[in-house]
Design a protein around this ligand. Structure first.
Ligand SMILES: CC(C)(COP(=O)(O)OP(=O)(O)OC[C@H]1O[C@@H](n2cnc3c(N)ncnc32)[C@H](O)[C@@H]1OP(=O)(O)O)[C@@H](O)C(=O)NCCC(=O)NCCS
Length: 179
């Protein structure tokens, strides 16, 4: 019998982390460097993954990240992350980033991304993680969407089997048909 917990909710893995943009974090224009933000996102998401899995987790992949608007020196960056869905040994972690002007208190969404983490044992080999149990419609929708995103990312990584590729093609075909 498995000694994994029956399931954990996204709230159990919810993580909030704030950082102040210092001169050393910026480029020649005084804007936050993309690489520094990706590092903070990786740390925040790793905490969520580890809160869910209860063991060390490693980053397996990062979906496309877009930088919509610059984040400026002296602004406050707040990252929130949680596990949308767990598969066998991997988890999709969603991260939302907000930038805040400390003088006016104005906040704006800066970006959003999805990281995949894998739980590993002491030998660095993947180990099973508890499932995600959803408690709201929003969490259930995110859970469903995470399954689709996994298929796309595994396809891109050349890790999808023939049956799954066919299912994915049928799904894409059905979306096209609806449009
Ligand atoms: C991630 C890692 C543990 C996977 O090991 P592996 O031998 O490929 O293991 P598996 O084939 O059993 O895959 C394990 C899980 O990872 C998932 N996975 C592997 N590559 C993936 C990718 N590119 N995108 C999404 N998921 C991926 C698999 O789908 C599987 O998930 P599941 O068990 O939930 O179905 C291994 O590649 C690794 O240690 N990578 C380095 C991690 C690291 O150092 N990260 C920091 C970057 S510097």
């Amino acid at each position: 019998m498995s000694d994994l917990p029956a399931g954990k909710s996204p709230t159990d893995s919810h993580t909030i982390m704030s950082e102040l943009v210092l001169p050393n974090d910026t480029n020649g224009l005084g804007n936050l460097m993309g690489g520094r933000l990706l590092h903070w996102m990786d740390v925040c998401a790793a905490i969520s993954a580890q809160r869910h899995a209860g063991v060390v987790c490693v980053t397996a992949s990062v979906d496309t990240v877009e930088f919509h608007s610059p984040i400026l020196q002296s602004e406050i960056v707040t990252l929130s992350s949680w596990v949308n869905r767990a598969f066998r040994t991997s988890m999709e972690v969603e991260i939302s980033v907000e930038a805040e002007n400390p003088r006016t208190g104005t906040k704006r969404k800066a970006n959003r991304a999805f990281y995949t983490f894998v739980a590993v044992g002491a030998d660095g080999k993947p180990i099973p993680v508890p499932p995600v149990k959803t408690d709201s419609l929003e969490e259930a929708e995110a859970f469903e969407a995470a399954g689709r995103r996994r298929q796309f990312r595994l396809f891109t990584a050349g890790r999808l089997g023939d049956d799954d590729i066919q299912n994915l093609q049928e799904y894409i075909g059905s979306i096209r048909h609806e449009r």
